[in-house]
Write a protein that binds this ligand. Sequence first.
Ligand code: AMP
Ligand code: ZN
Length: 144
Amino acid sequence: MINVIKKRKENNNMCIFCKIVNGEIPSKKVYEDDDVLAILDISQATVGHTLVMPKKHYANILEIPNNEYQKVMLKVKEIANKLNTKLNPKGINVLNNCGEAAGQTVMHYHVHILPRYNDNDIKLEFTDHSSNVNLDDILKEIND
Ligand code: AMP
Ligand code: ZN
């Protein structure tokens, strides 16, 4: 147990978003309160691309406790509305990457808000693989 706690501490010390929360690395703050921080994503995949995160370190959506998750997601909604009003995009993507295989590169839970101005400003493609999948089989696997 002590090892697990130690490992968590090491992770947090190295975590770039913990450093941003602690003010050790500068950021462009869109919103801040006691529990939640929202900053402009350094990559600006689209203009206004914002990251919303809990101030406490949780690796991903599978680890963050419900009370913290609720706080973050309520702010995601508020900030999406603010970006919509101020930047007037044509649409908005809200997304979270969980795990390296899903594209997560910073292992501190965060939600991307991506204002969209053109159909092709970022690519999120959902290819239809339904002919390879039996819906009843997969439903049984999930629900049984
Ligand atoms: P993800 O790939 O979902 O883990 O997203 C991590 C995001 O963090 C990427 O979009 C990066 O551009 C962004 N990022 C990395 N370092 C910084 C930083 N110092 N300030 C703001 N955004 C950052
Ligand atoms: Zn962290």
